[in-house]
Design a protein around this ligand. Structure first.
Ligand SMILES: Cc1cc2nc3c(=O)[nH]c(=O)nc-3n(C[C@H](O)[C@H](O)[C@H](O)COP(=O)(O)O)c2cc1C
Length: 198
């Protein structure tokens, strides 16, 4: 990335950095920390996989009744951070999450391995579970329920699309004089571009 002449389109730039991470065969190049705001105003964060990215925003899939899901339903503001240590790069995004369309969630769910589909039915994500046995029994029960047929998407499982309001690209440089550029959506489909102190 040319930080002196940053490209107009940050989404294209982020795709290029994701491709670099994939080409290096980094483990989970699409993994990112997603921070949400709980209904009591406290932040919480966890890693998810970025499964889609275009001009409409970034998409990840999860359980809508998980802690993050419940948070987003009350306050859609999220921050997402990707860090590729080997590339000395970081991208920080902020935006507003809305549920992806049912068709999009269905299509992604259908592409997952059957075991992951079954476990989506077995997991009451973020709830306390009494033991490993209880979890495995729930899995076996779901397996039995859908035996011999396709596993449908659970109604409480699907995507969130985060419409990006800002994206900051960070590239490490010598003496901690790192390069940073912030793109801020201007609301009219274009971006304001500013270099930031590291
Ligand atoms: C590399 C990695 C990828 C993960 N990807 C996802 C994901 O795409 N969706 C998801 O719901 N959880 C994913 N998880 C699990 C979450 O980090 C988290 O434990 C789970 O979603 C429950 O979070 P919550 O209780 O804060 O809602 C992933 C964890 C790791 C370490």
């Amino acid at each position: 990335m040319d930080f002196d002449h940053p490209p107009r389109d940050p989404v294209e730039q982020l795709r290029a950095w994701l491709d670099d991470a994939r080409q290096l065969e980094l483990p989970n190049p699409e993994s990112m920390v997603v921070a949400t705001i709980d209904p009591d105003g406290r932040p919480s964060a966890r890693v998810v996989l970025l499964r889609g990215l275009d001009e409409r925003g970034g998409v990840f899939f999860t359980n809508y009744e998980s802690r993050k899901g419940r948070a987003i339903e009350v306050n859609p503001a999220v921050s997402m951070v990707i860090h590729w240590d080997l590339l000395h790069r970081q991208v920080v995004m902020e935006g507003s999450a809305t549920r992806a369309g049912a068709d999009e969630s269905d299509a992604y769910f259908a592409s997952r391995p059957r075991g992951s589909q079954v476990s989506a039915w077995a997991s009451r994500q973020s709830e306390p579970v009494a033991s490993r046995d209880v979890l495995e029994e729930a899995y076996t029960e779901a397996e039995r329920r859908f035996e011999g047929g396709p596993v449908p998407r659970p109604p409480n499982w699907g995507g969130y699309r985060v419409a990006l309001e800002s994206i900051v690209f960070w590239q490490a440089r010598a003496f901690r004089l790192h390069d940073r550029v912030r793109y801020t959506a201007d609301g009219a489909g274009d971006w304001t571009i500013e270099r930031l102190y590291p």
